[in-house]
Every structure is written in structure tokens, then in C-alpha cells.
Design a protein around this ligand. Structure first.
Ligand code: LER
Ligand code: MN
Length: 267
């Protein structure tokens, strides 16, 4: 099992980022804890020097399995489904700008909240059309670089667009690109999926990336999810990707990251 953990390269409001702050210090801490990789949350690729980033990551013998893009929404309000066409265009351009960085690391580009939240006056069907159009556009640009895009079903309290694995699969049908799939997150699945393992089986080879957090969004083992059963179902699909920790830095980042490794390695 390849284990990674989320690390933000810039200051961020989103709370379930275990590590924030000085990049090199955190990379050293994450490597020392025994992780194989680091999932980088990058608001804008223009804010990072890819050569520098690669040098630092390699220095600590870490991989980068995925790039999180949600801060472009959280900090700047960019979204695929904003009623303003300029905002939609900027969101699409932002995702395309991640492609060379993702290609360099062999990382999946995560489509989280950059898909947006339905704004007042916007019709759901219209928003879905914009979403499909944006995802087709980005998938076409990413494909020649061998880059995959993974949309994350997110629970109803955070967005109105694509809350469940089944909705994610319908979206995949509509987008119709073989480099477009899903990121499943156990925290969201615990809220939205009747049976987590069944949803995992249903998504099968369309699972491009996987986030773990327990039911309370603490590290695995701190809540009531059955990770032995969940990860059993995941690997039974033939999944050979990463299991990435995205949980609250509670009681503190170091302890949470250590407990996650202890719980998952035992499984
Ligand atoms: C991001 O991966 C995530 O899980 C969402 O909760 C972001 O809001
Ligand atoms: Mn997540």
C-alpha cells in the first residue's frame, strides 16, 4: 500500500490539511514518519517553482501521487459552474496550468471544489452542462501528457454538485474521456453512501485516487469506520494507486500522521 498525506504549498483556509507551513520542514517530517509520497495542494502552479519543488521532494525520496486544486475555489472563488463566463474560463485555465506539473510527477489532478457550488439563480442542469464541458476540455488537454483527472464526490454540506459515487459515475459517462475518473474520500462516503464497500466496487477501475479520514475527519482509527473492510474492497477492485491521508491535524499534525500510518500498515 503506497501511503501519502496532504501537504499545502501555500497558506490555506481548508482545515483538513494535515500539514501546512514551511514546505521543506514538512517534507522532512513526512518522510521521517515513513510516508512514500505527498499529495500537494497547489492553489496556482505559478506560485511554485516546479524544479525547486521536484528537487525538494526527491531529496526526501517522496513521490507526488496527486495535486489538489481546491484552493483556487477556496481562496479565489474560481469555479467551473460560476454564472460569470470569465470565472469559468479562469477555472478551466487554472486546471490546464496544472497539467505540466502533474505530468512531471506522474500525479493525478484532483477536481474538488473547483467544480463549484450552485450559486443563487443558476439552474442545476445548466451547471451540470458547464461542468461536463469544462471537464471535457481539461481532459482533452491532459490526455497527451498522460495526465489523469479525478473528480471527488463531496458531501452535501460542502457542495450541491456530485455528492455520491453514483453521480460521479454518471458524470464520467457524460464526459466520455478515458483519463477522467474519480477520487473517493472515506469522510464524504460515510455521509453519502449507503454501503461504502458497495460504492467502491461499483466505481471499480474508475477510482483514480483515494482519500482516507475517519468518520469524524480525524486520522483512521479515531472514528467508527472499518478500514480493513473498506481497503479490502478498494484493493479487490485491482486498485494499484495511492491511499492518501486527508484529515484534521488533531490532536496535532505529527500525532495524526503517525497514527494514520500505524493504523493502515497494520491492516
Ligand atoms: C478535498 O479533498 C475534500 O475532501 C473536500 O472536503 C474539500 O472541501
Ligand atoms: Mn478529500
Amino acid at each position: 500500500m503506497n501511503l501519502s498525506i496532504v501537504l499545502s504549498t501555500q497558506p490555506a483556509q481548508f482545515q483538513a490539511v494535515t500539514f501546512k507551513g514551511d514546505l521543506e520542514t514538512n517534507l522532512a517530517r513526512i518522510a521521517a514518519l515513513g510516508y512514500d509520497g505527498v499529495e500537494l495542494a497547489i492553489r496556482d502552479p505559478k506560485l511554485v517553482d516546479p524544479d525547486d519543488l521536484e528537487r525538494l521532494v526527491r531529496k526526501h525520496s517522496l513521490n507526488v501521487p496527486a495535486i489538489g486544486t481546491g484552493q483556487a475555489w477556496g481562496e479565489e472563488g474560481l469555479s467551473f459552474t460560476d454564472p460569470n463566463p470569465e470565472v469559468r474560463r479562469a477555472a478551466i485555465e487554472r486546471i490546464k496550468a496544472h497539467v505540466p506539473v502533474a505530468a512531471r510527477f506522474g500525479a493525478v489532478i484532483i477536481i474538488g471544489l473547483i467544480r463549484g457550488i450552485l450559486k443563487p439563480g443558476v439552474d442545476q442542469a445548466q451547471a451540470m452542462d458547464w461542468l461536463v464541458e469544462a471537464l471535457r476540455d481539461c481532459s482533452v488537454v491532459a490526455r497527451p501528457h498522460g495526465v489523469h483527472l479525478a473528480l471527488e464526490p463531496i458531501n452535501r454540506y460542502e457542495t450541491t454538485l456530485i455528492n455520491t459515487a453514483a453521480q460521479g459515475l454518471e458524470l464520467i459517462e457524460r464526459v466520455g474521456a478515458d483519463n477522467f475518473g474519480l477520487l473517493l474520500d472515506t469522510f464524504h462516503m460515510n455521509i453519502e453512501e449507503p454501503v461504502i464497500e458497495e460504492s467502491i466496487r461499483l466505481c471499480g477501475d474508475r477510482i483514480f485516487h483515494f482519500h482516507v479520514a475517519d468518520s469524524n475527519r480525524w486520522y483512521p482509527g479515531a472514528g467508527h469506520l472499518d478500514f480493513k473492510s473498506i481497503l479490502g474492497a478498494l484493493f479487490a477492485t485491482g486498485y494499484s494507486g495511492w491511499v492518501s491521508g486527508e484529515f484534521l491535524p488533531k490532536p496535532d499534525a505529527e500525532t495524526a500522521a503517525r497514527q494514520n500510518i500505524a493504523c493502515l500498515r497494520q491492516i
